[in-house]
Design a protein around this ligand. Structure first.
Ligand SMILES: *[C@@H]1O[C@H](CO)[C@@H](O)[C@H](O)[C@H]1NC(C)=O
Ligand SMILES: *[C@@H]1O[C@H](CO)[C@@H](O)[C@H](O)[C@H]1NC(C)=O
Ligand SMILES: [Zn+2]
Length: 434
């Protein structure tokens, strides 16, 4: 059976009872430059180390020359370019990097802070504790599903990319640096063939709040450098911290040193566990959740955490896709969602013009109430690279990725917080349209 007919068969088996989805070939916006910084953005100074404007030719993606200069497994901190160190020092001296302690994670459980550091206080503001800080992306504007996938590129990416291309959809890929080294062909398909957005998901997928400032520099810096050197010098604007784990210190390094905007999510399927020995969910359960979200309220819009990690996780997206179409959701890549359309203050030339309300972000409440249970030790999973028990760096031959035990990750949060999320949605629209 061909891959396409397998996809169609799977989709029709699940959706035999709903009206046939109309595939929108007109909807898809041309791939934009919304995922990378303009050429004159100051962050370019950290990566263009040759003479500027000399028309640098980068090595072909996938060649030895291309990969030789990068740390193969761990995010090496001993060979960091001086420009990154200087930028961190300057940001620290300017008081822009909050001096809060590293968290610790035991056996892959949610990171914890030393006594006296409240994760939902404004000065720590841990996204693992659901603290929301102005400027981070959690939600999409009403009626919009902002598409993104974590943990690629991987072998399972192939069928996702074919599916997306055949439906003229574009998504944002939060790529793991070491996975790009391992799967350059998939990387090229995402970037060149599908012309999708590339974003940062760190070099080795650790809990970032457990890392020192220098380690954070390495995790983010090497990933940006590899994307930069593999896309003709483009520098991504967005990153998603592994496990959604970020705080004011990590966020500040990402923003102040590397110009990155932090992206979390407002719905989580636990799709990454489908390929685990003890999955937290099933394909049927994911379709139930997807049905609930996609046929329910359109405010706020959806930022669903999804993974291009396994055939099953990819299939859970493909199975839900017809519902995005039949329920009239505007599909867009996450980066395009944030950058907005070319039509100022409106989605397109015919839709309503919304007044910009950027200031609303400043009054956004700092924290979301925690409504979900902690994972038990039995289901908790170690992060791929920072296992305190193994003591070994991640194998360069094994792709990284996976979300941990998803029980803590926001799936029940958004309804309880309609007020907050609606306000964020309005503010987001204001920014998008501005
Ligand atoms: C990335 O490209 C730059 C040129 O802009 C080059 O100087 C640098 O060595 C490359 N990085 C690696 C790790 O190969
Ligand atoms: C324009 O945007 C509106 C929403 O404001 C949407 O309903 C409509 O389908 C869009 N038109 C096109 C051609 O995309
Ligand atoms: Zn991940």
């Amino acid at each position: 059976m061909s891959r396409l007919s397998a996809i169609l068969l799977a989709a029709s088996a699940v959706y035999a009872s709903v009206a046939p989805a109309h595939e929108s070939h007109t909807k898809s916006k041309p791939p934009g430059n919304s995922w990378y910084h303009e050429d004159d953005h100051p962050v370019h100074a950290l990566f263009k180390r040759g003479p500027v404007g000399d028309g640098i030719i980068y090595p072909v993606v996938g060649t030895l020359e291309w990969s030789a200069g990068f740390p193969p497994a761990i995010a090496d901190t001993t060979m960091l370019p001086q420009a990154w160190m200087d930028a961190l020092s300057a940001a620290t001296l300017a008081g822009k990097i909050p001096d809060i302690p590293q968290s610790t994670s035991t056996n892959g459980l949610d990171p914890v802070y030393p006594i006296g550091y409240d994760p939902i206080s404004p000065n720590v503001c841990s996204s693992t504790a659901k603290c929301v800080t102005p400027g981070d992306i959690w939600d999409a504007p009403p009626g919009v599903v902002a598409l993104s996938f974590d943990d690629g590129p991987l072998p399972a990416s192939d069928q996702l990319y074919q599916f997306l291309a055949s439906h003229s959809e574009h998504v944002t890929h939060f790529f793991i640096g070491t996975n790009i080294l391992l799967y350059p062909e998939q990387f090229k398909t995402a970037f060149e063939t599908n012309q999708d957005d590339i974003a940062v998901h760190t070099w080795t997928h650790p809990y970032m709040t457990t890392k020192s400032n220098i380690e954070i520099l390495a995790e983010i810096g090497w990933t940006i450098e590899l994307i930069h050197n593999s896309t003709g010098g483009r520098i991504p604007k967005y990153w998603r911290p592994p496990y959604g784990d970020c705080d004011m210190r990590v966020r500040a390094i990402a923003k102040e040193v590397f110009g990155l905007t932090t992206v979390i999510w407002n719905q989580d399927t636990d799709d990454w566990t489908l390929s685990e020995p003890l999955p937290l969910t099933t394909p049927e359960k994911i379709q139930q959740q997807m049905t609930q979200w996609l046929t329910g309220s359109k405010t706020p819009g959806l930022v669903i955490l999804e993974h291009e990690l396994s055939d099953l996780s990819v299939k859970s997206f493909m199975d839900a896709y017809p519902m995005m179409v039949s329920n009239g959701w505007t599909r867009t890549s996450l980066a395009q969602m944030d950058a907005g359309s070319v039509y100022q203050n409106a989605w397109n030339s015919t839709s309503k013009v919304n007044p910009a309300k950027v200031g609303d972000l400043a009054v956004k409440p700092p924290a979301r109430a925690s409504t979900t249970a902690k994972p038990t030790a039995a289901t908790a999973k170690k992060p791929a690279s920072s296992s305190p028990t193994s003591g070994k760096p991640a194998s360069p031959n094994k792709p990284l990725g996976n979300q941990k035990s998803g029980a803590t990750h926001f799936s029940a949060v958004s309804l309880a917080l309609t007020g907050i999320t609606a306000a964020i949605g309005v503010a987001a629209v204001g920014i998008i349209m501005a």
